[in-house]
Design a protein around this ligand. Structure first.
Ligand code: ADP
Ligand code: ADP
Length: 240
């Protein structure tokens, strides 16, 4: 069952400093057609500048395509007005390479933040935060600040925060790139549990081949804005 569909998507950026007609432009995403199905762990792999971040930003409409259509959770979001994006964005969680935690908030406050934004009752927030911290194995660290945590622990807080509002899709942008190999494996194990336990579709972008091999069931290889190879992870990485 398709949950994210790109149909001949193009995203062109005007170059910095270009002005007037005929200025140079970059095709960050160049005619990409792909389908991500519900329950997939979909890896998007490619070198820096290949267009991975732009592709992911098109999924939560942080960028709008200059061509083609993007459909997320059954809604065509290509030109959907900002005011109508909220229900879609609420179903999409995101985690980042640099974790993006609030340094002045505790672990529990970081995880509660999206619930606060949605005006959930305080007793529900507390219950949900406790449940999420238990799931990511950080219950004993609830009152610590991010600076007191290891990288792997910080990313687990990021994951708990991303899950707070029960999303159907989790976007992971180089989520393990700042971590050592052992911690990377731990975080990938946690993401696998997120996928299995809650049925959340995960879109994971990375420049690390081994990350995709460890966790993804499907993969798209990007180069210069295009998907140059894609499919079942075993087929794409199979030895000839
Ligand atoms: P990263 O390599 O981690 O994606 P970048 O420095 O490339 O970091 O990008 C940081 C931000 O700047 C992003 O929001 C990206 O979309 C934007 N960006 C990247 N390249 C350009 C560019 N050539 N002109 C304008 N903005 C850019
Ligand atoms: P990746 O995530 O694979 O490193 P990006 O999607 O960040 O690739 O970038 C793809 C290309 O688009 C790069 O050439 C980058 O400089 C360019 N780019 C990304 N964002 C912007 C932007 N906001 N303005 C101009 N160019 C951009």
């Amino acid at each position: 069952e398709p949950i994210i569909v790109f149909d001949h998507v193009v995203k062109e950026f005007r170059q910095r400093g270009a002005s007037g007609k005929g200025g140079k432009s970059t095709r960050a995403v160049d005619d990409v057609t792909l389908t991500i199905n519900k329950g997939d762990i979909f890896g998007i792999i490619g070198y820096s500048g290949a267009g991975k971040s732009t592709l992911v930003r098109l999924i939560n409409a942080l960028e709008r395509p200059t061509g083609g259509t993007v459909t997320v959770l059954g809604t065509d979001i290509t030109t959907l007005p900002e005011s109508k994006l909220r229900p879609i964005r609420q179903k999409i969680g995101m985690i980042f390479q640099q974790f993006n935690l609030f340094s002045t908030k505790t672990v529990a406050q970081n995880v509660a933040y999206p619930l606060q934004l949605d005006h959930w009752r305080k007793d529900y927030q507390d219950r949900r935060v406790a449940e999420l911290l238990e799931f990511v194995g950080l219950s004993e660290h609830a009152n610590k600040y991010p600076s007191q945590l290891s990288g792997g622990q910080k990313q687990r807080v990021g994951i708990a925060r991303a899950l707070a509002t029960n999303p159907q899709i989790l976007l992971a942008d180089e989520a393990t790139s700042a971590l050592d190999p052992e911690t990377t494996s731990e975080v990938l194990d946690l993401l696998r549990r997120v996928n299995e336990r809650f049925g959340i579709t995960i879109v994971l972008i990375t420049h690390q081949m081994n990350v995709v091999q460890q966790i993804a069931n499907r993969v798209a290889v990007m180069s210069a804005g295009r998907v140059v190879e894609g499919g079942d992870v075993y087929d794409v990485f199979a030895a000839p």
